[in-house]
Ligand binder design. Structure first.
Ligand SMILES: NC(=O)c1ccc[n+]([C@@H]2O[C@H](COP(=O)([O-])OP(=O)(O)OC[C@H]3O[C@@H](n4cnc5c(N)ncnc54)[C@H](O)[C@@H]3O)[C@@H](O)[C@H]2O)c1
Length: 434
């Protein structure tokens, strides 16, 4: 395939060499003349393991060239990959000037091209950029999106230092496009890449890189805060984190990574408080640990505001314990939500088949007696009655019993805090964060 690459920095330079190695003929485009010259001498524009040999070998085979003539590059190729920089502005906003400039150049060139052209956005851009680039190319070229050209969002996951290896072994190849033909072409272009291919909607493809990188940053800071506390206690932080990483059921796993309601229960809040207080006692700053409980409070407020937005006074709650399958009410965020609503004058009916008020004992009973002392008057084991007695219904347990309540009771409004499995969205349904 003939491919042009816009931007010959880290991503562009690795892409030009690796695509050529996979048999494609690749032309690089950049605004910096020095980078064009380097590529045209068979030399990389960056320092990176394995890139010198890879680039030079394929340049000698005649598969790699470079030019400042963007128009010719587009005319000579069927795909343009955009790898230009997207730096932060002083105020933290993303500066997309180079991306828009490239879109203008591609649009300009397409005026003179009859064949269909595909533009791939490889740079990290915020959701909405794909659409905007389509508008720019359309305006400049006079061609319609999906008529004369297609735009594909295809984020890059490589890391500097291991970029060539990462290029060939990404965790997943993500494609977001509204064009079937372009999608098929890209599968063909990436033949030889060792990764599952995942086609998704354009906005998700644009956003995933931000979520990935923010999570990576969170991991680094979390581990560093743990390390700082360990050092104060003469604990080997590396041995500890090696052990931490062995837990692939809860620690390094999809568990706890689904958007939903606040955490609660008798362990997570208590242990987190003890941990951050320990850091405080050592006079250590631990902003990540400190902000977790604030974030959790924010999620409780999020649920509360969804209920308040409904302007209805009769609230049903499906699931009161801190998670499904238990009668443990201690530090259940749903108990807090109910208590809060009662304090604001709402009338509450609760359904939780695991909670039998007469059987509660010990600290569990003490907790609920303190927070909702007249629980027995509010709770019922009749799901239909609780829903019929309410106007807005909060679902807080992910159990099959609740999967069609919104369809069975179309005149009630449902607020789902857990994304009940197989629930079908309807006009009387909303999720807390979906
Ligand atoms: N570096 C990484 O590890 C990495 C990994 C994944 C994704 N990304 C993302 O990929 C994008 C590129 O990153 P990078 O590190 O390669 O950036 P970079 O700054 O190294 O390279 C960008 C290149 O684009 C060129 N350029 C700017 N305007 C141009 C234009 N109008 N036409 C042609 N070339 C132009 C610049 O001269 C430069 O050579 C960014 O959005 C970045 O966030 C980077």
């Amino acid at each position: 395939m003939n491919i042009s690459i816009f931007g010959l920095g880290y991503v562009g330079c690795v892409s030009i060499a690796c695509l050529a190695e996979n048999g494609h003929t690749v032309t690089g485009v950049d605004v910096v003349a020095q980078k064009i010259d380097l590529i045209n001498q068979g030399k990389p524009t960056i320092i990176e393991k394995d890139i010198d040999v890879l680039l030079n070998t394929n340049w000698k085979k005649g598969r790699i060239s470079s030019t400042q003539d963007f128009k010719q590059a587009v005319l000579d190729t069927e795909i343009s990959i955009i790898c230009v920089g997207t730096p932060s502005d002083v105020n933290g906003h993303l500066n997309l000037n180079a991306i828009y400039e490239t879109a203008e150049q591609i649009g300009e060139a397409l005026k003179e091209k009859d064949e269909f052209h595909i533009a791939i956005i490889r740079s990290t851009v915020l959701p909405g950029t794909n659409k905007k680039i389509g508008e720019i190319i359309s305006e400049r070229s006079g061609k319609k999106r999906n008529g004369g050209f297609a735009i594909v969002s295809n984020p890059e996951f490589l890391r500097e230092g291991s970029a060539v290896n990462d290029y060939y072994n990404p965790p997943v190849t993500v494609i977001g496009t509204d064009n079937e033909k372009a999608s098929k072409k890209i599968v063909e272009m990436y033949k030889g890449i060792n990764a599952p291919f995942k086609e998704t909607n354009i906005e998700i493809a644009e956003f995933i890189k931000y979520v990935n990188n923010s999570f990576h940053a969170l991991k680094v800071s979390f581990a560093n805060e743990v390390g700082n506390i360990c050092k104060k206690m003469n604990i080997d932080s590396h041995e500890l984190m090696d052990l931490f990483c062995m837990d692939t059921q809860l620690n390094l796993s999809p568990y706890y990574l689904k958007p939903g309601f606040a955490f609660g229960g008798s362990c997570l809040p208590k242990d987190l408080k003890a941990f951050k207080t320990m850091a405080h006692d050592f006079y250590l700053e631990s902003p990540v640990l400190n902000s977790i409980l604030d974030s959790n409070e924010n999620q409780k407020n999020q649920a509360l505001s969804l209920v308040l937005n409904q302007n209805k006074k009769k609230i049903g709650i499906l699931g009161l314990s801190f998670k499904k399958g238990t009668d443990d009410l201690r530090y259940s965020p749903v108990v807090e939500l109910a208590e809060n609503l009662l304090g604001k004058g709402f009338s509450i009916s609760i359904y939780d088949k695991n909670v039998n008020v007469s059987k509660l004992s010990g600290t569990n009973k003490a907790y609920i007696d303190k927070h909702i002392p007249h629980l027995s008057e509010l709770i019922s084991d009749d799901l239909e009655k609780v829903i019929n007695d309410s106007e807005t219904i909060i679902i807080s347990h992910n159990v099959p019993e609740f999967k069609d309540v919104n369809l069975r009771f179309p005149d009630k409004h449902f607020i789902d805090l857990v994304k009940v499995k197989d629930i079908k969205p309807s006009s009387n349904y909303e999720g807390i964060c979906w």
